[in-house]
Design a protein around this ligand. Sequence first.
Ligand code: SF4
Length: 399
Amino acid sequence: MELYKDVLELYIHIPFCVKKCDYCDFLSGPFDADVRRDYTKALCREIKWWGIRLSDKLITSIYIGGGTPSWLEANYMAEIMDTVHKYFHVDPRAEVTIECNPGTVSSENFNIYRSVGINRISIGLQSANDDELKILGRIHTFDRFLHTFEFARVAGFDDISVDIMTGLPGQTPAKLTHTIQQVTRLQPEHISAYALIIEKGTPFYDRYKFDAVKQHAGMETEALPNEDQEYELYKTAQMQLVAHGYEQYEISNYAKKGHVCQHNIGYWKRVPYLGMGIGAASLLNECRFSNERNIHDYIAHTDELVMENFRQESPMRETYEELSRQNAMEEFMFLGLRMNAGVSRSEFRQAFGLEIDGVYGAVIQRLRNEGLLEAAEGRIFLNERGMDLSNYAMAQFLQ
Ligand code: SF4
């Protein structure tokens, strides 16, 4: 039996989209066929380079995100997955997710995904209301999403997640309820309900920037929901998803029994992960680093990877930060408290050789006195009120 020193999660970034959505500030966009081909080759070079260096790690999850990974030609996706399996030791039980957007994926794609070991599908629906999809600048309609969902089921996927959004311009609890009813009717195993964030540099920012400022200041808004309305939408999603049999396991994530996203849980528990592709971030040996964001530089730099030189640093690296023990403990707390299960005292002790109360005893006591945090069965977690005020509660662990 082979022995692995450690476990590792992989993230693979596919930055291609049919068109840019109006609210999106992810590292993504439309690129032509030549760039998609060259990027695939570059990504495979990076996968090989890291795989040779990290051959003692057992890969417990893989997440292929974007962009729109399903917009990449399926044979390129197969090439990428074949390279991963060739150079990394992937646990046969590993969760392997690909993000798909309606209107970019055929039933044939899903068959290919299954054949290369992908076992989980995450579909970006956002809303079941076509007028809201139009406002967001999405390319699909709800009807298209239904086809995509059906293709995935027919191909045999029994672990499907659907993304929906709250806080959309003009969104009412009734409209959100309609989306939730339409989605839960299909019985996906997992649902993520993310709040819309207006990011600078997007068409949405130009359109709604005054509203966004008012929203942050707790003032009345015009198109965007104000703070109270946002909270009402968050609670609407929470109550309805729970009523439909989904357990909330993190601020924005809900799952049926046995279907929490292992990759995300690993991220919140600070399991080491390696990101590959442009802009992809990693946490390895208590260092956070990320790749360069320019796709043409990335493609060129992967040409410089020298396989046999083990001391060579990745020429695609753009940022690098060694985390102090203090940083690592802070991350452990504020990432862990995102989960309903919170953080484990014994895992803290295992990670840092210290008792959690010895480091954060005063903060924990204060949050307990404020009625936001509870402790039971060796765990510390935010209660419902603490989750509602999670930004405040988690900030208390930053020193
Ligand atoms: S499909 Fe997703 S990644 Fe692509 S532009 Fe739209 S929001 Fe951004």
